[in-house]
Design a protein around this ligand. Structure first.
Ligand SMILES: [Zn+2]
Length: 254
């Protein structure tokens, strides 16, 4: 492995930055601003709209409507989410004492998820760093097959991109001094062609990714039943089922 392959972009600040949007009466009217602010990406599983055309997309309420009626139309309580995550998250809300301990769903516009869980490079499954990570993985099913497949594709693409980039750069930056005039002219032509083809190849690659994502998205999830049972029991122990919360209290944690 050389330094190019190791090169990664790391940040501890949230990727999502909310715009200042005018107040609207209905949360559905924030849809386009929300999509843009969330970079067309699921706030919970990081899947992008391009990666999964077959999946539905929804506006999720960070604090569920059922617990926080006054926050239903508050922009800062809205999250762009794929329908899978939205469905898994539904009305899960930890107990008050757990919220105080910071056991909450990671809020993409406030936190960096990698602080509470990391993705194992071999299994591509999320590994919790703490209780918050464990809670997020369990509620959102971040170890689901669809996401492991997505991470596999990303890993492959990342590797492929490094190789392709290295090859193209070598050709584009090749020293032509050693060649004759005729050969140099051919190299110049070849470079021009490569630049033109890059766009076509990019479009083709995009089509390929979309197709692959579509196929993966309609696959049925295969989960270990025993693991599923353990997750359910864990969620039951940590969730505040039917507990009522003061909206002021919840707004404090937005
Ligand atoms: Zn998602």
């Amino acid at each position: 492995m050389d330094s190019i392959e190791k090169e990664t972009i790391t940040t501890n600040t949230p990727v999502v930055i909310r715009s200042a949007v005018p107040i609207r009466a209905n949360y559905q009217d924030y849809r386009e601003e929300l999509r843009k602010d969330f970079l067309y990406t699921c706030a919970y599983c990081t899947k992008s709209e391009t990666e999964s055309r077959a999946v539905g997309w929804t506006i999720d309420h960070y604090f569920p409507q059922k617990y926080a009626k006054d926050l239903v139309n508050e922009y800062r309580n809205l999250m762009w989410s794929c329908s899978f995550c939205n469905n898994y998250k539904k009305a899960h809300l930890p107990k008050k004492e757990d919220i105080e301990r910071g056991i909450t769903i990671v809020k993409a516009d406030k936190e960096d998820p990698t602080e509470c869980y990391e993705i194992d490079e071999d299994s591509l499954k999320p590994v919790p760093r703490d209780e918050k990570g464990k809670y997020n993985i369990a509620v959102l099913h971040l170890d689901r097959r669809e996401l492991i497949e997505m991470r596999k594709r990303r890993q492959k693409l990342a590797g492929g991109v490094v190789d392709i980039k290295r090859g193209i750069n070598a050709l584009l930056n090749m020293n032509t001094d050693m060649f004759s005039g005729e050969q140099r002219a051919r190299i110049v032509k070849l470079r021009e062609k490569m630049k033109k083809d890059a766009r076509a190849a990019g479009l083709e690659l995009r089509e390929f990714i979309e197709k692959r994502n579509h196929e993966a998205a309609i696959d049925r999830d295969v989960v270990n039943l025993e693991e599923k049972k353990t997750t359910r029991e864990y969620l039951k122990s940590i969730d505040a089922i039917c507990e009522t919360f003061e909206t002021d209290y919840l707004a404090k944690h937005l």
